[in-house]
Design a protein around this ligand. Structure first.
Ligand SMILES: NC(=O)c1ccc[n+]([C@@H]2O[C@H](COP(=O)([O-])OP(=O)(O)OC[C@H]3O[C@@H](n4cnc5c(N)ncnc54)[C@H](OP(=O)(O)O)[C@@H]3O)[C@@H](O)[C@H]2O)c1
Length: 392
């Protein structure tokens, strides 16, 4: 694919888009375009990044998501687009449509699983046929969980003679804050989600869901209970509904039938606090609840965690894999465990993981199992991404 630019970042002027743009600007030899809807904001961003930029070329281009032809023309200039404009359920689809029309690979940072479902339904077949890699959820949600799960199965597969893995439990711990864009996207998801999106396997084609292992119900309800193997109390993890569905798609794409579930870990009272926080966020479904959250909890528009909060942030994902014969779920003894951790916050990681996913695609490091399609990061570039993230 010969194109004037390597990577185009659309939505480059948002809180996270700026981090992605900054990460790209540090990569020698890359030709990048910073794109979004506001020329003024794009010019200001480029001016700020230029003095320290190491990339070979940095252009800016303002294009509206409502201008289909201009968006397709923009996407045709790059080998891969990283989409950062959200909420994705509101503004995301035109960028995917444009990439499909332009024959350009696509990575985004959405965490809105109903959006991912719509992208799969609309574009999976066409992307596979055109050998295009369309990879939603390339940020912290869901790469941290997805890559930890990928690594866990790699370790489990090295256990000679072990039964197949039937369940993976992941404990996610996060330190840091959330951006306004993240909070608005969660609120928008809660207010627009449809019943059919709530199926635990909603990212797997309907005809292939029958007979798949369903996750245990008590975790979905957010129970706080002692976990005998992690040796701590488990509580709900706020992004579990997103990560679980994406990781289950990864398992499906890898030909595995596994009950994947996520939780937070801590003391009993920390578990209860996580439960209250999850319930507060659910309040965004109602007008009054959303107004209150916007006033008291959400950061200002375009804002997010401060540099200091981001510097002191971090996360870890610890997993346990259980093996048992088909049709049964035996969790008495894990056969493998893995840990993934990062010493900077989830937003810094989002920029790094989205960039590494995009570069792995255009540098030919895609999994031999797929020629294209709407895939998860681990299905598209799992081994390469794991190696790239480890080297950071
Ligand atoms: N997966 C993850 O872990 C992860 C991490 C971070 C963020 N995210 C997601 O990424 C998205 C952005 O987050 P953020 O923190 O960067 O939020 P933000 O600061 O509010 O940025 C939103 C971005 O979307 C653009 N935008 C909004 N409406 C648009 C429209 N109609 N046309 C074109 N562009 C439009 C904005 O453009 P302007 O700058 O011109 O306003 C801005 O670039 C959210 O959906 C968030 O949930 C996910």
């Amino acid at each position: 694919m010969s194109r004037p630019f390597d990577v185009i970042v659309y939505g480059a002027t948002g809180f996270t888009g700026k981090l992605v743009a900054a990460e790209l600007s540090t990569r020698a030899d890359l030709k990048i375009t910073l794109a979004g809807r506001s020329n003024e904001k794009l010019q200001a961003l480029a001016k700020r990044l230029q003095p320290t930029a190491k990339c070979a070329r940095m252009d800016v281009e303002a294009v509206s998501v409502t201008d289909t032809l201009a968006l397709e023309k923009l996407c045709r200039k790059g080998r891969v687009v990283i989409a950062c404009a959200g909420p994705f359920l509101q503004v995301g689809m035109p960028v995917v449509d444009a990439c499909i029309a332009a024959g350009t690979h696509y990575v985004d940072i959405t965490g809105e699983f109903p959006f991912v479902r719509r992208v799969i339904e609309k574009h999976h077949a066409a992307a596979e046929q055109a050998h295009l890699f369309i990879v939603p959820c390339g940020g912290f949600d869901c790469v941290a969980s997805d890559i930890a799960n990928h690594y866990t199965h790699r370790l489990a597969s090295q256990r000679q003679g072990a039964l197949p893995v039937r369940a993976v439990e992941a404990a996610v711990g996060v330190k840091g804050g959330a951006s306004r864009g993240t909070m608005e996207s969660i609120a928008n998801l809660l207010r627009t989600v449809q019943r059919s999106d709530l199926h635990p396997h909603c990212l797997i084609p309907q005809k292939e869901r029958k007979g798949r292992t369903m996750p245990p119900k008590e975790l979905a309800a957010g129970t706080v209970a002692f976990h005998p193997h992690f040796n701590r109390y488990r509580g709900p993890f706020v992004m579990a509904p997103v990560n679980e569905r994406v990781v289950r798609r990864s398992d499906y794409l890898a030909g595995r039938d596994v009950a994947y579930t996520e939780m937070s870990l801590g003391s009993w009272s920390q578990g209860q606090r996580a439960r209250v926080a999850a319930m507060m966020i659910l309040g965004a479904r109602y007008d009054a609840g959303l107004a209150l959250l916007r006033r008291l909890v959400f950061p200002a528009e375009g804002d997010g965690p401060s540099d200091e909060v981001r510097r002191n942030g971090g996360f870890s994902v610890k997993t346990l894999a259980y093996a048992s014969p088909r049709g049964s779920l035996d969790k008495t003894k894990p056969i493998a465990s893995a840990g993934v951790s990062y010493s900077r916050d989830a937003y810094t990681f989002t920029a790094v993981s989205a960039v590494e996913t995009a570069l792995a695609i255009i540098q030919g490091e895609t999994s031999p199992a797929f020629v294209g399609g709407v895939l998860t990061a681990s299905a598209a570039v799992g081994d390469a991404l794991l190696a790239r993230l480890k080297s950071r």
